[in-house]
Design a protein around this ligand. Structure first.
Ligand SMILES: Cc1ncc(COP(=O)(O)O)c(C=O)c1O
Length: 421
């Protein structure tokens, strides 16, 4: 019933929800009032608004299409369910071990440890390195809050620096942020593109700092021929459903080339148990389950195809939008990069207006992130001044990019952006 109502309103062109604090508008009527409202409310309203619309509409071009992906994988996944169920080995058993071996081989690292989420991967990596109270960890504000929360949640102090045009950490700002309390640098490989690791690695080495990669968005991306997750002391991955390699729920992975550190993470993820009866440290429950691991094994087998398709879509967007005034497309490859486009993020001076227009045409887009983390008062980081991050937060718009997208859908998005005013 609700669905039908929403569809009717969507087709009619406008939908107003006057009951909420802000008036929400969708539809092909890109009226003065809609544009003004979004100018006033800025990015704050966009994602909340997007979530409401999501619940009400089927998009002609969905941001991701988990249902379509599920139907492609369904028969295999049912087999997995039966195998795991019949074996009744549910957590940290055969499929998890197989996934760890397969992922380590894929990434070219010695060790991979399955954990409960990308957030846990980051926290356990920091804990394994002994980073805690009073230690400073340098990272960026232009990231999902989990990066910064992981630092704060082990008792360390997040120190935020600015980013460059490719949305990754600006390595030229790193040295001046180092103090006597700095223990680590946590780089974030944003949108499936690795950071400029050469100067960062050199600085870390020179100052004796640990290097942790938040590779949650970067499974399969490469820098100078090396995979994200193999470039620091630890690589940390998320298998959240929005990620390029994902499971059907939450999951994560920690990678390292150090056997001792890998053992520590293995113990930390399982309450510090070395054996069932020997506890050698305080840990947490962050165990990956066998069903998720089995699902991931199916997805990792298809990952190269998924990456290839995303790169094709990225090129198509790039050529379709090239030369358009007021819209900037992301870089692709160059300087030793191999980008996997876990997101395809454009920049537009009229982002909020464009976002409204695209959604009105049934194209699901998001802004990651309209409110930078250092502008979230609850995090206590408002002392940082990050002009590039702040500018990006007003301009970024993530377009649909995934293996289930057809060329016709991509062309429809390009046309809608070109037709925008
Ligand atoms: C850059 C980044 N870091 C960390 C995370 C946290 O991963 P998870 O949601 O699996 O805890 C995410 C996931 O959204 C992310 O995008």
């Amino acid at each position: 019933m609700f669905r039908q109502e929403a569809a009717k309103l969507f087709i009619k062109g406008t939908l107003h929800d006057n009951s909420s604090e802000s008036t929400l508008l969708i539809g092909n009527k890109t009226s003065e009032s809609s544009a003004t409202q979004h100018k006033v409310l800025g990015g704050f309203v966009i994602n909340a608004w997007a979530e409401q619309v999501d619940r009400m509409t089927n998009f002609r071009v969905p941001y991701i299409d988990l249902k379509a992906e599920f139907s492609e994988l369904k028969d295999g996944l049912i087999d997995d369910l039966v195998t795991v169920g019949e074996n009744a080995r549910l957590i940290l058993r055969q499929e998890v071990q197989q996934l760890e071996t397969t992922a380590a081989e894929y990434l070219g690292v010695e060790h991979a440890v399955g954990v409960g989420s990308g957030t846990d991967a980051l926290m356990l990596a920091l804990k394994a390195l002994g980073i805690g109270s009073g230690d400073e960890v340098i990272t960026v504000a232009h990231t999902f809050v989990a990066t910064i929360a992981a630092i704060a949640n082990v008792g360390a102090i997040p120190v935020l620096i600015d980013i460059q045009d490719d949305f990754n950490i600006d390595s030229t700002l790193l040295e001046e942020a180092i103090t006597s309390a700095t223990r680590a640098v946590m780089v974030v490989h944003m949108n499936g593109r690795c950071c400029e690791m050469k100067p960062i690695r050199e600085l870390c080495e020179r100052y004796g700092l640990e290097l942790v990669e938040d590779a949650a968005q970067a499974f399969g991306s490469r820098y100078s021929g090396q995979a994200a997750g193999s470039l620091g002391a630890f690589g940390c991955f998320s298998f959240h459903p929005m990620k390029i390699l994902h499971c059907f729920g939450d999951g994560g992975l920690v990678t390292t080339n150090d056997a001792g550190l890998a053992d520590t993470v293995r113990m930390l993820r399982n309450h510090g148990q070395r054996t069932k009866d020997e506890i050698i440290m305080y840990g947490v429950n962050s165990r990956l389950d066998n069903l998720q691991a089995a699902f991931l094994l199916r997805s990792i087998a298809r990952l190269d195809g998924e990456i290839e398709r995303r790169r094709e879509i990225a090129s198509r967007y790039h050529h379709g939008l090239e030369g358009m005034a007021g819209v900037d497309c992301p870089e692709m490859d160059g300087d030793g990069h191999f980008d996997v486009f876990s997101s395809y993020v454009i920049r537009s001076r009229k982002r909020d207006h464009l976002s409204c227009q695209l959604r009105a045409k049934g194209i699901e887009v998001f802004s990651h992130w309209p409110v930078p983390n250092h502008h979230q008062p609850a995090l206590g980081l408002t002392n940082f001044k990050l002009p590039v991050t702040e500018k990006m937060s007003k301009e970024v718009l993530s377009l649909p990019v995934h293996g289930q997208l057809s060329n016709d859908q991509v062309d429809y998005v390009i046309e809608a952006i070109r037709d925008g005013d």
